[in-house]
Design a protein around this ligand. Structure first.
Ligand code: C2E
Ligand code: CA
Ligand code: CA
Length: 763
């Protein structure tokens, strides 16, 4: 019996030592307190073994005292351990200090008892009993037991609290400790006064120390893992369905059940149906099934069509035996919807909902490739002066114009048509050529004009149509061609649709060429000033008009008809004009130095010069630089040039006149001129184009008008010059009407400066 008990105690001491070492190696405050408790229990075990098995009254008395003292310290260790294990006992610092002081005191008393026998003494040691006689009168002895019992009860209450308050998953941890505490405590109380050496309360306390180690560091209950996993699975947003190796559905979470129920193609209990679905699935993937698969499927559910992402996995054991299959199902409809909407946004114009340019190009390409035998036309439309719509009526109005046009295009759109907003107010459409294209454009334009009618503005939409003949041509070029066609009617109020032809392309290529070569030509002095004499009816010259020619290195002498309009459109004309003005001023300066001051030179000023050049500064600068008489430089301006910003331009004209320059109104009668306007323009010379007479339907009426213009100009103090005079009869007629100055082929074509000079003996 004694041997068995001895072995039990020895094993326990060994295990407690092991627990101490292991706890010592762990990190953290909980590990430290556990270590303290394990070490205390280990020492207590050794002392207790000595007490039980080593003979001698004194040694037994000392060991008993030490055991009691160690109990004091174990209570402290247990309390600290409990604090970190349960989170209770925070604060109460004062109590803790008191406990330390008391334990130290009690330890001294217990050791000294070996000699003083104040608290207890040992007598009558037999083979299996030790009689400990307590001094019932000793206060220290009483205090020891009260302290110990209160300590244990408080700790037990702490665990009780945790059992009540914590989640059922973790209650077990506290229940175990409390149970062993109760057992040890009960045994302890029962064994008071029992002299047997086989004191079971000691091994039970030791067992508790080991249990504490186990619960603190080792124990993770399977149940907790299981419950936790099932909670996690239940909580996931994915549907999960598991089948065992016989195809039985062993688990499906709520999400899977709901997904399945909402799938309109089946109804009823999920689990049974899952098995049927699973069998069908396995059958379907008989040959293609892999142990892991992931794919998306569209599903029609009660709440509309949805997309599911299915992940399938087969679990095998280490011997490759089939354990189970599971499916994870994710509803990815929202993600797909977001993706779709992003795709839509990236491919459509946000304002009109039509395709955007890139998408239109791509879809056009596809459409043409997939219908190679069908003829298609590219239509590109443009709104004239759209920026004025925005400026006059506001951006919102401008937007509503664009939106409306988009709507009308969509309304017309038929199977096989593509509509897009290419850029700002430019729209494009790809339509089969047999559609009534022009009819549609016209009805659309009329509707728009009706809807956005205003007294001060008329909406003008114009479109170019290009019948595609090479489907492999880049779509951007197709649009360019349609645009080139539309540009030709940009300035017409009557035409709305223009068709592309190769001549237009050639013209546009020509334009680009001119623009491309222009700057270099200016630098290389390729532009030459020609002079056309301005004479009296006898042919005596007053001066000349400077007319530009381009001495092109490859193409020979180019007429201004080839390049003036192009440069005007491109906003480059001001450079050429400045160049010509300088040439004229230079020539006048030269003539003046040579003593020929009777001749003037008229130079042309283009409409756009007023925007881009400080006309006043430039001319006065030139007069200065070449030291010329300003009245020998005549400035030819058309009425339209003045009209664009009448007040401002008139102010410039007045200043130039004040400086001494002469102002000529060029091409009078060719535009929408009115006689009334003459009184507002304070020009020096009125230049009437003969072509005006030729163009008028009723020549007699034309002559009457011409006569009144000449007489009116005279009354207003203006000189009159007629240009384009080709016949002698014209000279006579004009002379009779009161015109004294002429310019025209009848007298001379424009000629090189040298020829002009030799003709008039300027040397
Ligand atoms: P414009 O200013 O009206 O110049 C008169 C044009 O009529 C010249 O054509 C001239 O050669 C032509 N012409 C003269 N007499 C007759 C005639 O009896 N019968 C006919 N049918 N035509 C005649 P050109 O030189 O080809 O110039 C054409 C236009 O180019 C000019 O019209 C002018 O608007 C513009 N231009 C010429 N040089 C310049 C320039 O340096 N700057 C600017 N901005 N425009 C210029
Ligand atoms: Ca002119
Ligand atoms: Ca003219």
């Amino acid at each position: 019996m004694k041997i068995a008990y001895g072995i039990l105690v020895a094993v326990e001491i060994f295990l407690l030592g092991a627990c101490s070492v292991l706890a010592f190696r762990k990190k953290g405050i909980l590990a430290k307190t556990t270590f303290a408790y394990e070490l205390g229990s280990f020492i207590c075990g050794i002392v207790f073994a000595i007490y039980t098995f080593v003979p001698g009254n004194m040694i037994k008395t000392l060991c008993a005292g030490l055991t009691y003292a160690i109990f004091d310290w174990l209570i402290i260790a247990l309390m600290y351990y409990t604090q970190y294990y349960t989170g209770l006992f925070k604060g109460v610092r004062f109590v803790k200090i008191a406990m330390f002081v008391y334990s130290a005191f009690d330890t001294v008393m217990m050791i000294s008892n070996t000699w003083t026998h104040n608290m207890f003494y040992i007598d009558n040691i037999s083979a299996d009993a030790i009689n400990v006689v307590f001094n019932q009168a000793s206060l220290v002895y009483k205090a020891h037991f009260i302290y110990n019992y209160i300590g244990i009860i408080v700790v037990m209450l702490a665990y009780l609290t945790m059992i009540v308050e914590s989640s059922r998953f973790y209650r077990f941890r506290y229940e175990m400790i409390l149970l062993v505490l109760i057992a040890a405590f009960t045994l302890d109380i029962i064994t008071i006064g029992n002299n047997s050496i086989y004191d079971l309360s000691m091994p039970v306390f030791g067992f508790m120390a080991m249990l504490i180690y186990y619960l603190t560091f080792q124990y993770v209950p399977n149940e907790v893992i299981e419950n936790m996993l099932s909670l996690i699975i239940k909580d996931m947003n994915s549907g999960i369905v598991c089948f065992d190796n016989r195809g039985r559905c062993i688990y499906s979470n709520d999400v899977a059940d709901v997904m399945y129920a909402s799938d309109s193609s089946h109804s009823g209990k999920a689990h049974g149906d899952f098995e049927a679905e699973y069998r069908k699935w396995i059958e379907k993937h008989k040959d293609t099934r892999k142990d892991y698969m992931k794919y998306d499927i569209p599903v029609n559910s009660a709440s509309g069509s949805r997309y599911y992402e299915i992940e399938y996995k087969r679990i095998l054991d280490e011997k490759n035996n089939h354990i189970c299959d599971y499916f994870i199902v994710n509803d990815i409809s929202d993600a797909i919807a977001t993706l779709e909407s992003e795709k839509y946004k990236a491919s459509h114009d946000s304002l009109t909902g039509l395709l955007n340019r890139d998408q239109f190009y791509e879809e056009t390409r596809k459409m043409l490739r997939s219908n190679p035998d069908r003829k298609y036309s590219m239509i590109c439309s443009n709104i004239r002066d759209f920026k004025f719509v925005n400026e006059l009526f506001g951006i919102e109005k401008g937007n509503s114009v664009l939106i409306r046009q988009g709507e009308l295009m969509k309304a017309y759109q038929r199977e096989g048509d593509l509509c897009a907003r290419i850029q700002n107010d430019r729209f494009a459409m790809l339509v089969p050529s047999d559609h009534k294209i022009e009819e549609h454009i016209m009805s659309c334009v009329r509707l728009m004009q009706e809807e956005f009618k205003s007294s001060s503005f008329k909406l003008h939409i114009f479109a170019g149509v290009y019948e595609i003949d090479d489907i492999d041509e880049p779509v951007s070029i197709m649009c360019d061609k349609a645009n080139i066609a539309s540009e030709t009617i940009k300035n017409s109020y009557q035409k709305y649709v223009a068709y592309y032809n190769n001549e237009l392309l050639e013209r546009s290529i020509e334009e680009r060429r001119i623009i491309g070569e222009f700057e270099k030509a200016i630098d290389n002095n390729e532009f030459v000033m020609f002079l056309q004499p301005q004479v009296d009816y006898k042919g005596k010259a007053y001066g000349a008009e400077a007319l530009v020619r381009w001495q092109h290195p490859d193409r020979g002498l180019l007429s201004p008809a080839v390049f003036i309009d192009v440069l005007e459109k491109a906003g480059l004309i001001y450079k050429l004009d400045r160049y010509m003005w300088e040439k004229a001023a230079e020539k006048l300066g030269e003539w003046k130095r040579k003593g020929y001051t009777q001749y003037h030179i008229s130079v042309n000023i283009s409409t756009k010069d007023f925007y881009l050049v400080d006309v006043y500064e430039t001319f006065t600068g030139l007069a200065d630089k070449y030291n010329i008489n300003p009245d020998k430089l005549k400035l030819e301006i058309t009425e339209t040039a003045l009209m664009s910003d009448f007040e401002k331009n008139m102010e410039i004209i007045r200043r130039l006149q004040k400086y001494g320059f002469k102002i000529e109104i060029d091409d009078f009668g060719s535009g929408y001129s009115s006689l009334n306007m003459l009184k507002d323009i304070s020009a020096d010379v009125l230049k009437i184009d003969m072509g005006f007479l030729r163009a008028s339907e009723n020549e007699l009426k034309g002559r009457d008008i011409l006569e009144s213009i000449i007489s009116l100009a005279g009354k207003l103090g203006m000189e009159v010059i007629t240009e384009g005079v080709e016949k002698e009869s014209q000279v006579h007629m004009l002379k009779d009407m009161g015109c004294n100055m002429f310019q025209g082929y009848f007298f001379s074509k424009p000629v090189q400066v040298k020829e002009f000079e030799s003709r008039y003996n300027i040397r």
